[in-house]
Design a binder for this molecule. Structure first.
Ligand code: ATP
Ligand code: MG
Length: 391
């Protein structure tokens, strides 16, 4: 029997007023093709009637393609199907052979026919009747439920071929990366910032990321971990330019001159300033962090306000209202948790004050910082920027 595997993507809702349907479709198709480059094989895409059809040349890795396409933002549902000759015998043979895959664990189903080729000899209800019978014979434990089926098996009679598909899975949702501007993610090796990056990309933003290291207090292994995190994020966000910036001099200057209770906050302000400088160079219009209110001393509302005071770009904090546990659930879902929990030191951990000030007064923070050559420190730190493209 001659049937080819095919993947069908149903697009999500177009939520952006400024982006018309055509642009949205083109962007999403471009992102789909880019994702498919990571799978072995050659793939073609075709958009028709609100569905993107993905076909692989002989020997292409359709399993890998399916897994990759589940991570493309803007896709509402993903479904595997089969394409065969436009002939009822061929269609029945496909149904018989692939009944398990088409129906999954469902106990009830219905058939639905779409007949865009109006020359096809059978009408839609007749196609459904024949196909339903075939599936019932192949899987006698099933029943037909036309009102509330667990799975709908769709038989499409298209111009050149017939396509049969069943169980649908959720796509990544969101809107296509590139439908928004670029954002600069402050990516530590922790659990929260990768989730924040994921959530921002899900709403269409392209990402640059910056990691601040303080060698020799932080190791090359800690940087490798952040690179792995960026790679994992890139599965969703597309290409990410990952910047690494050396903050050792800044950290030493703070440690030598400032009030210990404000160490973390002052360091965070330097991070924000450096990130902002790189953001402007990268044409990014916002900064993104993984902060959530009250999670640690440097994330009380007052501390967050003092952090924001150092920059003028808007700072997005998608995790702001999530509990740690909720963030962990998401980190597990997207596959960053296992990487984030690898045991490498974070520059802030090595520099944590014993009694941090959780209610910093902005004037005090500014006064402490005025003891330092802020511009010079930022300038020299930004010059250490090393960029790595991950995708
Ligand atoms: P995360 O799990 O993301 O590290 P966290 O709960 O450990 O967050 P903090 O260490 O207080 O929180 O950091 C708050 C935010 O500041 C992080 O989410 C991240 O966006 C940014 N940040 C902290 N350390 C770094 C770093 N070394 N490099 C880049 N960004 C950082
Ligand atoms: Mg951290």
């Amino acid at each position: 029997m001659n049937a080819n595997e095919i993947i069908l993507l149903k697009y999500g809702e177009i939520v952006l007023k400024g982006l018309n349907r055509n642009k949205f479709n083109q962007l999403l198709e471009k992102n789909v093709r880019r994702a498919l480059k990571k799978a072995d094989g050659e793939f073609r895409t075709e958009y028709a009637q609100s569905i993107l059809f993905v076909r692989g040349a002989e020997g292409s890795d359709m399993d890998a393609a399916f897994a990759l396409l589940k991570k493309v933002f803007g896709v509402a549902t993903v479904c595997r199907g089969l394409e065969c000759e436009k002939d009822m015998d061929a269609i029945r043979a496909v149904l018989r052979e692939h009944a398990d895959g088409l129906l999954g664990a469902a106990r009830s189903f219905k058939c639905e026919a779409k007949r865009s080729d109006k020359q096809f000899p059978l009408k839609s209800p007749e196609i459904c009747a024949v196909c339903g019978e075939e599936l019932l014979e192949a899987c006698p434990h099933l029943r037909v439920d036309v009102h509330d089926p667990e799975v709908t098996v769709t038989i499409e009679i298209r111009d050149r071929a017939a396509v049969v598909h069943g169980v649908r899975e959720h796509g990544a949702g969101g809107i296509p990366v590139g439908s928004e501007d670029r954002a600069m993610l402050l990516l530590s090796g922790g659990i929260d910032s990768p989730v924040a990056g994921y959530m921002t990309a899900k709403r269409g933003a392209e990402l640059d990321a910056v990691y601040f290291e303080t060698p020799p207090y932080t190791s090359e292994a800690a940087r490798e971990k952040v690179i792995s995190l960026a790679r994992k994020l890139a599965e969703y966000a597309g290409t990410i330019r990952l910047h690494s910036v050396n903050l050792t001099e800044v950290q030493q200057a703070i440690a030598a001159n400032c009030d210990e209770r404000l160490f973390t906050l002052l360091l965070r302000r330097f991070m924000m300033r450096c990130a902002e400088r790189l953001a402007v160079q990268a044409d990014a219009v916002a900064l993104v962090t993984g902060e959530s209110i009250g999670q640690v001393a440097s994330q009380t509302m007052r501390s967050i306000a003092s952090t924001d005071d150092a920059v003028t770009l808007p700072v997005l904090r998608p995790c702001i209202g999530l509990d740690k546990e909720e963030i962990v659930v998401r980190a597990r879902q997207i596959g960053t948790f296992e990487i984030s929990t690898l045991p490498y030191e974070d520059c802030c951990v090595l520099f944590t004050p014993r009694h941090p000030n959780t209610r910093p007064v902005l004037d005090d923070v500014r006064a402490e910082e005025a003891k330092l050559d802020v511009d010079g420190l930022v300038e020299r730190a930004v010059r250490t920027d090393r960029v790595l493209r991950v995708w």
